[in-house]
Design a protein around this ligand. Sequence first.
Ligand code: 5GP
Ligand code: MG
Length: 184
Amino acid sequence: MPDKTLLYGPEAIAARVDALAAAIRADYEGVLKPGEQILAIGVLNGAFVFMADLLRAVGDLPVEVDFIRLSSYQDRDTSMAEVVMLKNLEKEIQGRHVLVVEDIADAGLTLFWLIEHLQKRNPASLKIAVAVDKQGRRQTHVPLDYVGFTLDDGFLVGYGLDYADKYRTLPGIYEVDTKSVVTE
Ligand code: 5GP
Ligand code: MG
């Protein structure tokens, strides 16, 4: 079991989620036409806890949900990042006000891939919410509209984030001692 240190407890997270939800409400006010709903796209698996909290906090703003599952890895031969879609969206994107909800922006490659994938399908608008913006290892610019916490680096678990499928259900966000972590 790796050692872990609490970075953000449930109260700190709830305060940030409320602030992001207030910003989202303000931004979409007057944007949705009668009968339109925001299409929130959660990136599985890590974003499920943040998505549930964020969307409940936005109150009576009309929102429908869809999910995509992505896996990213570094190609050994080209050392390029590859993103593989393990589960596709089920809803049409065209003409929709899309809000992507992701756990972490790290290198940024997963979000970069997803933004391209969605832009090709002509959404009416596209915004990105992340629980944590880890900026230290960013390789590509990704426009983040709503950011819970910003830090440089560190391997995080809890609040939906796992280490080898453990710790996802911890209510706080913890940093794991990376010396004891093996990433895939
Ligand atoms: P990126 O393409 O931005 O490097 O990859 C982001 C993805 O890697 C996130 O969606 C998340 O699934 C995973 N990831 C990045 N940093 C961490 C971390 O600190 N902890 C965990 N559990 N996953 C992470
Ligand atoms: Mg992810």
